[in-house]
Write a protein that binds this ligand. Structure first.
Ligand SMILES: NC(=O)c1ccc[n+]([C@@H]2O[C@H](COP(=O)([O-])OP(=O)(O)OC[C@H]3O[C@@H](n4cnc5c(N)ncnc54)[C@H](O)[C@@H]3O)[C@@H](O)[C@H]2O)c1
Length: 360
């Protein structure tokens, strides 16, 4: 198989992760990096040990670069995706798909027009904890999934006066798009109605709300709820990342799904490193509930079970090298983005938003 040259746009925290995955891929030959500021480009080049530039056109005009990973700030995702697709490159762009519905739509329209390769960085589709849940659902082990509840309480790590805290977009695109996307994936039906509310914020320096409660009704009758609060867990700012789940498991952090079906239920719990499956049976006087499967994962496998960006990116290089299509179509990610933008409208206008209103 021919090896690829790839480029990573934006060499911050996520860009560094993308470079790490590209280095680990047997199919990647040379990795180029881009940062708009020349001094920053040079610094990142030294730290990451790759060739970097502050001239984006030199990347776009290099015919050897077949795949571009976009890990830049959200406000340039749409424009950089369009440039790369028009330059004939395959693109893995981080979520969110832009900061507005129009930007997200533009990404899809250009993908279609150029017949290009575009996948959005919803890497939870490659994370074992959620792949396991999806596999149990697909095998019918909980019957028909009818109700999906997600509880997510996270520490504020976006920082004061950063592009994130000052962002035009809300935390729905920046963070919750992952978790809305999973709800759509688990339920497996189109969303019909969206209702979202926010309480007054705890984090005073955000340009946007720090909490969201988003309810969805699906076309097949299922419902879901996402409860998110960004505040401050006790240990977040003092712990080295490797200790993250252990330290945060009982200090105010929660990231759990409860997926209820007609024959059973699934619980995922990131901070307990655990996924469980229950079955419901008809007892003499009550519905009976029994845990039938429990999987726990070791700390050494956190990345594979939780945010498997590494696995996703290695797979993307493979798909591009083999000339295959995206595994997780950008059009599906666009449906998730539409739900997120509908939630913003719902919150602003204090009403249920019909997904049919979101067609551009
Ligand atoms: N999939 C995930 O779980 C996940 C996790 C974290 C971040 N992200 C996404 O990755 C992206 C980057 O986040 P981050 O945490 O690395 O942020 P960051 O602030 O650490 O890095 C962003 C980088 O982009 C650079 N940049 C600024 N303007 C740019 C431009 N015009 N072109 C290219 N680069 C530019 C900045 O200098 C900075 O180095 C965001 O879109 C974020 O939503 C995704």
């Amino acid at each position: 198989m021919n090896k690829l040259d790839v480029a990573v746009l934006g060499l911050g925290r996520m860009g560094g992760t993308h470079v790490g995955a590209a280095k680990a891929s047997p199919l990647v030959r040379t990795i180029y990096g881009y940062e708009p500021d020349p001094a920053q480009a040079e610094l990142c080049g030294r730290e990451l040990d790759i060739q970097t530039t502050s001239d984006l056109d030199s990347i776009m005009n290099n015919p050897e670069i077949k795949l571009v990973y976009i890990a830049s700030i959200n406000g340039v995702h749409a424009e950089q995706t369009e440039k790369a697709l028009r330059a004939g490159k395959a693109v893995l762009c981080e979520k969110p798909m832009g900061e507005s519905l129009a930007e997200a739509y533009r990404m899809i329209a250009v993908e279609k027009e150029t017949d290009g390769f575009l996948q959005i960085g919803f890497e939870l589709h490659y994370s074992k904890i959620y792949m396991q849940a999806k596999e149990w659902i697909e095998h019918g082990l909980i019957g028909v999934p009818v109700n999906c509840q997600c509880r997510y309480y996270a520490s504020e790590f976006h920082g004061k006066n950063t592009w994130r805290s000052n962002s035009k977009g809300t935390l729905i695109g920046e963070k919750l798009s992952h978790y809305l996307d999973l709800q759509r994936w688990f339920i497996g039906s189109d969303v019909e109605d969206v209702f979202s509310m926010c309480a007054p914020s705890v984090v005073s320096y955000f340009n946007h709300p720090d909490n969201h409660q988003i309810s969805l009704r699906f076309k097949n009758g299922a419902i879901s709820n996402l409860n998110f609060v960004m505040y401050a867990g006790e240990s977040d700012h003092t712990d080295p990342l490797l200790e993250m789940l252990d330290k945060q498991s009982d200090d105010g952090h929660f990231l759990q799904y409860h997926i209820f079906g007609t024959k059973g239920a699934i619980e995922t719990d990131v901070f307990r490193r655990r996924i469980r499956r229950r079955t419901f049976t008809d007892g003499p006087q009550h519905l009976m509930n029994q845990i039938v499967e429990t999987i726990t994962f070791p700390k050494s496998e956190d990345q594979i079970w939780f945010h498997n960006t590494h696995g996703q990116n290695i797979r993307i290089a493979e798909l591009v090298a083999l000339g295959l299509s995206p595994e997780n179509p950008a059009l599906d990610s666009y449906e998730t983005m539409k739900v997120g933008f509908a939630a913003e409208i719902s919150d602003r206008e204090k009403r249920i938003v019909k997904m049919s209103e979101m067609d551009l």
